[in-house]
Ligand binder design. Structure first.
Ligand SMILES: C[S@@+](CC[C@H](N)C(=O)[O-])C[C@H]1O[C@@H](n2cnc3c(N)ncnc32)[C@H](O)[C@@H]1O
Length: 241
């Protein structure tokens, strides 16, 4: 059990247990249920609302979702944008080839999601994204790679970027342990959920890592979202290219 005073990097089954497409898909499907129940899309939708206001009229918003998994976040954003007449150009980059397989079997979006299989640090976008987003991705990384990822986003996103991830705290840890058993979610989700909370972050972690990435406190905002998430928002000064 983590002590919550610092990150405990217990390996996640999702990252370490060799598995086939069906197992990975079943895990991602249950993870999308967790996302819905834990209001996980709300912070990213709030970021999209802000990003859409900054976009020059007449062209789609180029969105890159890192560690996009099943693509459910992008599908939620697509629904939101469709209701407002906002066009999106969506790419999901994920290390696992099974992300693409699972994502392509899910419900269709207005414009198809481009699923790319790659390690984000080796990925060079064809066209620079306006915004880079991620959800439940950064806790998969060690601190130095989170800092590297912040720099990667800073280099590639023309408008800004958003990180959505868990708050390391005993309340969600114990709640999720029991709730996920009761819900009989996928074995990976039951194991990796509490492990993810132990690997996750506090506000002080984000302040430190943002500074290490060369950002000043005024360059990004760190907001706590109910229940037990942080959203890190960065908009660059000036209009989009
Ligand atoms: C917990 S899942 C999150 C999926 C989805 N974003 C969500 O919110 O449900 C984390 C995802 O990050 C992917 N991932 C881990 N390391 C990665 C890396 N270095 N580059 C790209 N994807 C990575 C994993 O394969 C996995 O699909």
């Amino acid at each position: 059990m983590p002590r919550f005073s610092h990150r405990v990097l217990v390996p996640e089954l999702m990252d370490t247990e060799p598995c086939g497409s069906d197992t990975f898909r079943a895990c991602l499907v249950d993870l999308s249920k967790v996302n819905r129940l834990t209001l996980a899309y709300r912070p990213t939708l709030a970021f999209l609302r802000q990003a859409a206001r900054r976009l020059p009229p007449g062209r789609p918003l180029r969105l890159l979702d890192v560690g996009g998994g099943y693509g459910d976040t992008l599908r939620q954003l697509d629904r939101w944008a469709a209701r407002r007449g906002i066009a999106l150009d969506m790419t999901s980059v994920d290390l696992s080839p099974w992300s693409r397989t699972a994502g392509e079997t899910a419900a269709a979006t207005r414009t198809p999601i481009r699923f790319v299989t790659a390690n984000i640090f080796d990925h060079v976008p064809d066209a620079p994204p306006d915004v880079v987003i991620s959800s439940l991705f950064t806790h998969h990384l060690e601190d130095r790679d989170v800092v590297r990822f912040l720099r990667w986003m800073e280099r590639h996103a023309t408008l800004g970027w958003f990180v959505n991830d868990l708050h390391r705290h005993p309340v969600p840890y114990w709640f999720f342990r029991y709730f996920s058993q009761a819900m009989r979610w996928h074995r990976f989700v039951r194991h990796d959920g509490p492990v993810s909370i132990g690997r996750a972050f506090t506000r002080q972690d984000w302040q430190r890592m943002l500074a290490e990435a060369g950002l000043r406190p005024s360059d990004a905002t760190i907001r706590w979202w109910m229940p037990f998430r942080y959203g890190i928002t960065r908009f660059k000064p000036g209009p989009a290219a």
